[in-house]
Design a protein around this ligand. Structure first.
Ligand code: GLV
Ligand code: GLV
Length: 331
């Protein structure tokens, strides 16, 4: 019989046909709790999942899926999955790195330019007739010559650094591990963490959400930043202590923020962030372009089919599970 798989991510029709030729597909709406979405006899037989970051994989979900072999995440970030627990149970976890780097970097720059040039308020100024009534809006800020600080220098951080060169920005970064190649290619200069926050005119976050990074940007960091500096976050909301950010924005300790991610998503309109004039908000759309989402779902489905059929998948989060399985097979 064909392996049974749960799909919670949007799969285009042509790709779905390929998938259906090799698997029995069970659709579950994105965001539904996997452990109680299906009757137990179906859960018992599930071998694979293609899911969005809204599907949580904790101990209870792994318990509910005893035959699970592969979770293919339709995202590069995998903070929705308890990786040590997956590894312990020999569940391979795959993700979609690289194909979204450009789109996320582009959105980072979109937010940066919106903040520096006050584009959202500028648009309202024209539409409301204020241009004719009150004249031109207030002057804004140059981007060229300013310092962009990157917290995190993974693949996305690197593409943001490359892009910043075209804007003639000075790029500095802090990362757990230094990136000798990025430094020698002239993409970015290393700074210790304190210096990164103190020197940046724009501080952009490109770290994954982990227990170590959760709330790692908070009151202390905002106090260290320049009052003219902007924060940009296209990574994961909980990396930032949002209550501390709101305080800093209200008190003018920093100039503004561009946020694609928040602690609670979807962000309720009642959030104080929605009432702050110096904030630009987006609905977690860093990778949400037609081309990038297609490349991501292609990769996520390929990762699943490869894993189920015994071909080494392109993008594994816990490759030790794969290595263990192929040793057993070869023995
Ligand atoms: C989206 O947030 C991703 O991690 O790909
Ligand atoms: C994250 O995985 C990145 O590629 O920066």
């Amino acid at each position: 019989p064909q392996p049974r798989v749960i799909i919670t991510a949007p799969v285009p029709a042509d790709l779905r046909e390929q998938l259906a030729a090799q698997c029995e597909i069970i659709d579950v709406p994105t965001g539904a709790g996997l452990a109680d979405a299906l009757p137990k006899e179906q859960l018992d037989s599930i071998e694979g999942v293609v899911c969005t970051v809204r599907s949580k994989f904790d101990t209870a979900v792994f318990d509910a899926l005893p035959r699970l072999r592969v979770v293919s995440n339709f995202a590069v970030g995998y903070d929705n999955i308890n990786i040590p627990e997956a590894t312990k149970r020999n569940v391979l976890v795959c993700n979609t790195p690289k194909v979204l780097d450009g789109a996320v970097a582009d959105l980072t720059f979109g937010l940066l330019i919106c903040l520096a040039r006050d584009l959202v308020r500028g648009d309202a100024h024209v539409r409301s007739g204020a241009w004719a009534e009150k004249g031109a809006p207030a002057l804004t800020q140059d981007i060229r010559g300013k310092t962009l600080g990157l917290l995190g220098m993974g693949r996305i951080g690197r593409v943001v650094a490359e892009t910043a060169k075209a804007f003639n920005m000075k790029v500095i970064y802090h990362n757990r591990n230094r990136d000798a190649e990025a430094e020698s290619l002239g993409f970015a200069e290393y700074r210790d963490r304190d210096a990164l926050f103190a020197e940046s005119d724009f501080l952009s976050i490109h770290v994954p959400l982990t227990p170590e990074t959760r709330h790692s940007v908070g009151a202390k960091e905002f106090a260290a930043m320049k009052p003219t500096a902007y924060l940009i976050n296209t990574s994961r909301g909980p990396v930032v202590d949002e209550a501390a950010l709101i305080d800093a924005l209200k008190a003018g300790r920093i100039a503004g923020a561009g946020l694609d991610v928040m602690e609670q998503e979807p962000l309720p309109a009642s959030s104080p962030l929605c009432a702050l004039p110096n904030v630009v908000l987006q609905a977690h759309v860093g990778s949400a372009t037609v081309e990038t989402r297609r490349a991501m779902i292609d990769l996520a489905v390929r990762n699943l089919l490869d894993a189920l059929s015994g071909t080494r998948p392109q993008a594994m989060v816990n490759p030790e599970v794969w290595a263990g399985a192929s040793e057993t097979t070869n023995a």
